[in-house]
Design a protein around this ligand. Structure first.
Ligand code: SAM
Ligand code: SF4
Length: 329
């Protein structure tokens, strides 16, 4: 258990770092079209701006960094993501170490391809809450978005997690002409399963940063589609929630993460770390800060964290050249 030496780390909008998202690795068994560029191999080094000295952290290095940041900020929760976190070989020892630091709220975001066989062990290790990406019910559409031939396994993963008692949320990135036809089937699937689904507006990250964003499908359009079939009522938004929620008349609760249409920067409490140990204060700023050399110096570490806090946008998300796969969505 880490003894907290919390310092006042707050910006003029009252934002603090309370949640840390960690991209455990930047590799993945899927190549979702919105996350991975078609010519990924060619552009990755530039996009990630890695120097040859940068390399994935060891589990020990992850822990020492988490510990140092937690000591000063009193983190409330950690989300393990990637890349695909279920491919990270030291996942279980890492979860165990994070708990020993004194952070018990550990969550995971996954494509669920390997979830069926790992759900029970994850639950026992302390992962009670999980976000699962599922962009279509129709297999052909899902396969073509994920560029993977066998997305059927995702559904058995989702159902295993529900059965074991995890708090499951589904995430679907909606793209014009690709899976906007899947909004109702996804909502109905989630409702039947008794879990919440969040529809995400496409974010201009990584290879999409300089694009026209012709695939963008807005919150308003998503709501229009749902309302044609089910009347909806709006639910109150919780502090620092990324999604706004509604209840549909079929009983389903759905959210929309609308970075473009309904920005939520004003109370963002997230800090991110990538698999090479770079910390990011904001998704809309590609500047990463290596904190490893400051972990024994509370003054300098506080100054660095303050600098990262200053990078948060005041109002609106603009995207950045970093891919979500690298920075950890
Ligand atoms: N592999 C895991 C997964 O897919 O759930 C975890 C990492 S993934 C980068 C985390 C989340 O980021 C996913 O829900 C994914 O849909 C989302 N994401 C990735 N690129 C995105 C983009 N350009 N716009 C919106 N969401 C994106
Ligand atoms: Fe992999 Fe997740 Fe990115 Fe899809 S969104 S390529 S599953 S990291």
């Amino acid at each position: 258990m880490v003894i907290l030496r919390m310092v006042k780390l707050e910006d003029n909008l009252g934002r603090r770092f309370e949640k840390l998202r960690i991209s455990l690795l930047n590799s993945c068994n899927f190549s979702c079209v919105y996350c991975v560029a078609e010519n990924f191999q060619n552009i990755s080094a530039d996009t990630l701006r890695l120097s040859t000295a940068d390399r994935p952290l060891t589990p020990d290095e992850f822990i020492r960094l988490i510990e140092a940041v937690h000591r000063l900020t009193g983190l409330k929760s950690i989300r393990l993501t990637g890349g695909e976190p279920l491919l990270y070989s030291d996942l279980f020892p890492l979860i165990n170490h994070i708990q020993k630091i004194g952070i018990s709220d550990i969550r995971l975001t996954t494509n669920a391809y390997y979830l069926k066989e790992k759900a029970s062990k994850l639950f026992d290790a302390g992962i009670k809450s999980i976000n699962i990406s599922v962009d279509a019910i129709d297999q052909d559409i899902f396969n073509s978005i994920s560029r993977h031939p066998n997305t059927a396994r995702v559904f058995s993963g989702i159902e295993a997690a529900v059965k074991i008692g995890m708090d499951v949320k589904l995430n679907a990135v909606i793209m014009r002409g690709k899976n906007d036809s899947q909004i109702i089937p996804l909502l109905e699937y989630a409702t039947e399963l008794g879990v919440r689904i969040r529809f995400l507006e496409l974010m201009k990250m990584g290879h999409l940063y300089h694009s026209e964003n012709g695939l963008f499908f807005s919150e308003k359009e998503i709501l229009t589609i749902i309302q044609k079939k089910y009347p909806i009522e709006s639910l109150p938004r919780g502090h620092a929630e990324t999604a706004n929620y509604w209840r549909a008349s079929n009983g389903g609760i759905f959210g929309i993460i609308a970075n473009e249409s309904t920005p939520f920067c004003h109370d963002c409490n997230r800090l991110r770390m990538d698999s090479n140990g770079f910390f990011y204060g904001c998704l809309s700023n590609a500047h990463g800060e290596k904190l490893s050399e400051y972990i024994d110096d509370d003054f300098l570490l506080t100054e660095k964290l303050r600098g990262l806090l200053r990078l948060k946008q005041p109002v609106k998300f603009h995207g950045s050249e970093l891919s979500m796969r690298n920075i950890g969505g």
